[in-house]
Design a protein around this ligand. Structure first.
Ligand SMILES: [Zn+2]
Length: 142
């Protein structure tokens, strides 16, 4: 795993990583081409299954990418500002909330590129761009 691949993963997974966190109690291995939205779902599953975990190091080919926290994962899922003690399930079961927090997915249009981004809202002014600079803006996935 090269420095460049680790740096790319760090960029792609930036919303899930808290760079100020250096301690952790668990590792989660990710694949080089794993999409950020999938990593986010796996982390959400892990933090739900293991409420005792509050910091997980994401690892790519044995290299440390960064420490993820339940707060980061909730924010990435569009629940920024939610009070943890209210519980995600309580909130998401409120009528009308599912549309508001529906994730908006983008993918790179460059042939052969599998990079993707996920947003918690749609804003045509801030379309994500592929971290590979020559690839340009991503396309909304339907
Ligand atoms: Zn791309």
């Amino acid at each position: 795993m090269t420095d460049r691949e680790v740096a790319r993963a760090r960029l792609l997974l930036g919303r899930l990583i808290d760079l100020e966190e250096t301690t952790f109690g668990y590792f989660m291995d990710i694949a080089p081409d794993e999409r950020a939205d999938r990593v986010s779902l796996r982390l959400a599953d892990l933090f739900t299954a293991r409420p005792d975990l509050d910091r997980v190091m994401l690892r790519l080919g044995g290299r440390d990418v960064g420490v993820s926290t339940p707060v980061r994962v909730r924010q990435a899922a569009g629940l920024a500002g939610a009070e943890p003690e209210l519980g995600m399930a309580d909130r998401s079961s409120l009528p009308g909330m599912s549309q508001q927090y529906r994730l908006v997915r983008y993918s790179c249009t460059h042939t052969g590129c599998t990079l993707a981004d996920v947003r918690s809202f749609f804003d045509p002014r801030t379309v994500p761009t592929c971290p590979v600079s020559a690839h340009g803006p991503m396309e909304l996935r339907r």
